[in-house]
Ligand binder design. Structure first.
Ligand code: F3S
Length: 62
């Protein structure tokens, strides 16, 4: 199982992550992404796709 995180220094609140993967992300009051469940990505979701959804490269996976 992969783990993702959002670098708040890079997040510009584009919202693509929580639009595409609402099970993985929530938004704060300013529209910046917050990870749910500690950033754990279920095996049925490709973490590479999750990382690629952000145009600011704010999402990383480990
Ligand atoms: Fe932020 Fe990227 Fe999502 S800019 S809101 S992490 S698509």
């Amino acid at each position: 199982m992969s783990k993702i995180s959002v670098d708040q220094d890079f997040c510009q609140a584009h919202g693509r992550c929580y639009a595409r993967f609402p099970e993985l992300f929530d938004a704060d009051d300013e529209g910046r992404a917050l990870t749910l469940d500690g950033g754990l990505v279920p095996d049925n979701i490709d973490a590479g796709e999750v990382v690629a959804v952000c145009p600011e490269a704010a999402i990383t996976s480990a």
